[in-house]
Design a protein around this ligand. Structure first.
Ligand code: BGC
Length: 360
């Protein structure tokens, strides 16, 4: 389905993405939520993909150039970490490549009062996934190939290191969705560079997921867990770590629906989430809608998309989450006091909305 022109939320989504892109090409996570004033590779990968899907490829291209420049600027850091890993040492998280950069592509100074973990590898896999979608069959240019090669080596060397999850939480440091992103990135590096070794690394990750992360036939959020995390949805759609109709993906998506659809119809991140009380997340609800459309479950996708639309503010802004049916009502207020209202608009919520509409 083509996205509807003249539709308030669609138009607002395009405007939020346009206005949230800095002249450098970076997408800010949210323009008016102090702590989200950075460019995350994770959020940006989906913003760029959404823009490609709706015909704004130039803006997507500007983001990919920003990522490439930011990574190249920090090549010495990446090479130093790779050398340490090759010698059998484990670098401290603070020396790894960051999850987010300033909008100018620098590494932020850690806030001494309210430090925020920045070592996550999933965004690098997501960048490669999004880049391949952007190239749409074109060969990368030599400069791009150089950066893709570096990121491929970085992912191959670091995917086993315990790191923070896509939600910036540690929980033991092993996360199915981080592995899914790394696997997707390595598959892309293998295809774009014709480098079989990266495909082998991706296979090792698949084997690890199947051997250590599967509980009762579905992929749990971490080894030995019964809980799922909605980010495991990405294993099938869009990362293709396993096919969307692979029994493992089907069982995992069923489990996400069983454990994580909230009473109002939106999707939680995981059971036990306390961030702003652990409410229902718009981008995850759109993500499930995306899977459902690909899987041919049109009615379910429509219902999920309807729920997302119902959460829009009057001007069409989409928040990160809604707290009306949060898991821990008492935990909402402390976050409001600490960081202010829930991030609104969140660019990633708008991106996932556009994607869910475009694929329907
Ligand atoms: C989320 C991350 C996200 C970041 C910026 C965090 O609260 O956990 O997944 O990348 O916000 O949107």
């Amino acid at each position: 389905m083509a996205i509807a022109t003249g539709d308030l939320i669609t138009e607002r989504s395009l405007a939020v993405l346009r206005d949230g892109q800095s002249p450098s090409g970076a997408f800010v996570a949210s323009p008016n939520f102090r702590v989200y004033n950075f460019g995350w590779l994770r959020d940006g990968a989906f913003c760029a993909y959404a823009l490609d899907r709706v015909g704004h490829s130039a803006a997507a291209g500007a983001w990919h150039r920003w990522v490439q420049e930011a990574i190249e600027r920090h090549r010495p850091r990446a090479e130093a970490v790779l050398a340490l890993l090759a010698s059998g040492e484990t670098p401290p998280g603070g020396e790894m490549l960051p999850a987010r950069y300033t909008l100018d592509g620098a590494i932020e100074h850690e806030d001494p009062v309210d430090p925020w973990p920045n070592f996550q590898i999933d965004g690098y896999g997501m960048w490669l996934w999004s880049l391949e979608q952007h190239l749409a069959g074109r060969a990368p240019d030599p400069e791009q190939m150089r950066t893709v090669e570096l990121v491929g080596r970085y992912l191959a060397a670091s995917w086993r290191l315990p790191c923070w999850s896509c939600w910036e939480e540690f929980n033991g440091g092993e996360h199915a969705s981080t592995l899914a992103s790394a696997c997707a990135g390595l598959d892309v590096a293998a295809r774009l560079l014709g480098e079989v070794a990266f495909a082998d690394d991706a296979e090792h990750i698949r084997a690890e997921l199947r051997s250590r992360y599967v509980t009762d036939g579905y992929v749990a959020l971490s080894p030995g867990e019964k809980r799922v995390d909605s980010s495991v949805l990405w294993l099938g759609v869009p990362f293709g770590v396993f096919a969307a109709d692979d029994p493992l993906v089907v069982a995992t998506v069923d489990e996400v629906k069983r454990q994580l659809i909230g009473p109002s119809g939106g999707v939680y991140r995981y059971r036990g989430d306390t961030y702003y009380g652990g409410g229902e997340w718009l981008l995850l609800t759109s993500s499930l809608a995306w899977h459902e459309s690909v899987a041919g479950s049109g009615e379910s996708a429509r219902e999920l998309r309807r729920w997302v639309r119902e959460q829009a503010r009057e001007n069409g802004d989409l928040p990160e989450q809604v707290t009306g049916a949060s898991q821990f009502a008492d935990d909402v207020e402390p976050w409001l006091e600490r960081w202010g209202p829930v991030a609104t608009p969140l660019l990633w919520s708008h991106a996932m909305f556009l994607i869910s509409e475009a694929v329907a």
